[in-house]
Structures are given as structure tokens and as C-alpha cells.
Design a protein around this ligand. Structure first.
Ligand SMILES: NC(=O)c1ccc[n+]([C@@H]2O[C@H](COP(=O)([O-])OP(=O)(O)OC[C@H]3O[C@@H](n4cnc5c(N)ncnc54)[C@H](OP(=O)(O)O)[C@@H]3O)[C@@H](O)[C@H]2O)c1
Length: 297
């Protein structure tokens, strides 16, 4: 089967490049921009004709959509662009897969929840009301897939980090190495997710054609629960940046354009039971990522 990956130069897309290396399937890695030295087929997902053309030309049987407008704050000032990429263009991918009878694996987010006072892990069939434009447009993307009628796996994930791209882990590695003290919010709770773990799960499902009879919405993050403060404490400890005094604070000490969900822990029972996947605990995966980055002491 020929499998198209969009957003292949982002965090998750880059991990997909690694985990799919031994596959008998042909993976075609696309993105809107090049990274020097990284083979990338150019594809702007917001160009409907270009999407349809590559799907037909390359005889694509599945798409893994790793592309998105992921900057949560910037989305507040760029709603039309966020809507175009996170929703309309997702509809183009879904339409293309519907036309050729293929599968769309789409990555969504814990930010589709937010307004609800949930305090136990969110299940796939619960209602979500996002607190900002990013979450709203990602929810619209999910709805576009559902209304297209294509075969799909919508996998909501959270707090993604990796050795590739920009993320919280890299920011905190830099801050804890350069500052004597740091305040980090402890009133937002979730679960970090190593993008490599998610990529491995997607690959496992695709390799075994395990989506057949199992289309639907799933949740995937690492196991466990923590706040951004706890996450930072572990980053500082595992990197040996222990001279930085990391202290907890409230979200209102860091005014931002958009209110983040205070509790967005995802319940992963469905993906574990349906596909038999074993999900690593968040600190184990954090250590593994930091080891891969060469920053674990
Ligand atoms: N990051 C998180 O914490 C998080 C949490 C929950 C869910 N998710 C979801 O997980 C998925 C993967 O996230 P990620 O962190 O790996 O994203 P990422 O690192 O921001 O990568 C997204 C990629 O998509 C590319 N892209 C932008 N516009 C495009 C277009 N018009 N056509 C094709 N590609 C385009 C980006 O290129 P440029 O960099 O050049 O713009 C980038 O390479 C997304 O669906 C995201 O919503 C992420």
C-alpha cells in the first residue's frame, strides 16, 4: 500500500519517518516546506487540487495527517488560516480518501475539551467545548471527517514532545539551564506524550491493517498524570539542571490570549483494548526521548 504522510517535517511526522523505515508499504513524506537534507515531497494541504492529484498519481491507500496549525496563541489572531488548515483542508484529505476507498489517520487534540468541568480522564464519546480557536478548528476538522463518510482513525493526543521541532521539553531544557529560578503552572493537568510512542502506535495499526472494522475516535497519550510544573521538575532532574529552582504557580501569573483546559487527561482504555497496545508511563518516555537527544544525565 502507498501511504501519504502530511506535515512530515513536524514533530510527529519526523517520528513517522523513523518508525516506518522497515515497512514493506511505500511511505511518501510531504510537507509545505523543506528541511535541508531531508527528502520531502512538497504538498500544501490547503490546495484541494494538489491533494487529489497526488492521491491519484501515487495510488494512495491511506493518509496519516500530521499537519496542523499548532500554535495555540497564534491561532487566536489567525482564525481563517487555522480553520483552513485544521478543518477545511482536513475535509480535502477525507474527501480524497472517500473517493478512493482509503483510510485517513488524523491527529486531533485534548483541546477539543476545555469548558467542561471534567475531573476524571476524558473518554472519546464525551462532549467537548474548546476554550479557543485552535481547539475549535481542530474539532471542526474531526466533524469534517465524520461527515465525509471515509474510513478514519481520529486519534486525539496531548502535550506532544519529541527530539524534533519546537516543544515544551526543549523550551524547559533551555530555561532550566540558563535561569536560577523558574515558575511553572501547576493548575493545568494532563499527560505528556512522546511523539515516537504515538508514531509507533500508528505504524503498528497500519502494518497489521488493524483499522479494518475498528474505525472511529481514539485517545492516545503516555500513561499517568502531571501538571506542567511536575513535567518541568522531571526535565530539570533528568538533565541535571538542578541548580534552577523550579516553583509552582497559577495560570493567571502568565496572561495569555487563550485559556488552556485545566484538566485534559485522556482516557486511553479504548485504544488499548481495541488494538492491544501497551502505552509507556510518561516519565519512562521522557527519559527515553532525553536519552535520544543526548541530554539525559
Ligand atoms: N504539539 C502538541 O502539543 C499537540 C498536542 C495535541 C495534538 N497535537 C496534534 O498533533 C498533530 C501533530 O502535531 P505536531 O506537534 O507534530 O505539529 P508540528 O510540529 O507543528 O508540525 C506540523 C507540520 O505541518 C506543516 N504544515 C503547516 N501548514 C501546512 C500545510 N498547509 N500543508 C502541509 N503541511 C503544513 C508544518 O510546517 P511549518 O512548520 O513550516 O508550518 C509542520 O511541519 C497535529 O494535528 C496537532 O494538532 C499536537
Amino acid at each position: 500500500m502507498n501511504i501519504l504522510v502530511t506535515g512530515a517535517n513536524g514533530q510527529l511526522g519526523s517520528e513517522m519517518r523513523i518508525v516506518t523505515k522497515g515497512s514493506a508499504d511505500k511511505y511518501i513524506f510531504t510537507d509545505v516546506n523543506d528541511i535541508p537534507g531531508v527528502e520531502t515531497t512538497k504538498l500544501d494541504m490547503t490546495d484541494r487540487d494538489a491533494v487529489m492529484e497526488i492521491v491519484r498519481r501515487e495510488n494512495i491507500g491511506a493518509i496519516v495527517n500530521c499537519a496542523a496549525f499548532t500554535n495555540v496563541d497564534a491561532a487566536e489572531d489567525n482564525e481563517p488560516l487555522a480553520e483552513k488548515l485544521n478543518s477545511e483542508a482536513v475535509g480535502y484529505l477525507a474527501g480524497a480518501m472517500k473517493e478512493v476507498g482509503g483510510l485517513l489517520v488524523h491527529i486531533s487534540t485534548d483541546y477539543v475539551f476545555g469548558e467542561e468541568p471534567y475531573n476524571i480522564p476524558c473518554r472519546e464519546d464525551w462532549t467537548g467545548t474548546p476554550t479557543g480557536i485552535y481547539g475549535k478548528t481542530k474539532l471542526h476538522g474531526e466533524q469534517a471527517i465524520l461527515s465525509s463518510g471515509c474510513d478514519h482513525l481520529i486519534i486525539r493526543t496531548a502535550w506532544l514532545y519529541s527530539e524534533f521541532g519546537k516543544n515544551f521539553l526543549k523550551t524547559m531544557l533551555s530555561l532550566t539551564s540558563s535561569k536560577p529560578s523558574l515558575k511553572v503552572v501547576f493548575d493545568q493537568v494532563g499527560t505528556p506524550t512522546y511523539a515516537l510512542d504515538l508514531a509507533n502506535t500508528i505504524y503498528y495499526i497500519l502494518e497489521g491493517r488493524r483499522w479494518k472494522g475498528n474505525c472511529g475516535v481514539y485517545h492516545f497519550s503516555n500513561e499517568g498524570v502531571c501538571s506542567w510544573f511536575d513535567f518541568t521538575k522531571m526535565i530539570a532532574e533528568y538533565s541535571g539542571h538542578t541548580s534552577c529552582d523550579v516553583q509552582p504557580c497559577h495560570s493567571d501569573e502568565f496572561p495569555s490570549k487563550v485559556r488552556r483546559p485545566s484538566f485534559s487527561v485522556l482516557d486511553k482504555t479504548k485504544i488499548k483494548e481495541t488494538f492491544g497496545v501497551k502505552i509507556p508511563y510518561w516519565t519512562d518516555s521522557l527519559k527515553k526521548c532525553m536519552s535520544n537527544m543526548g541530554v539525559l544525565v
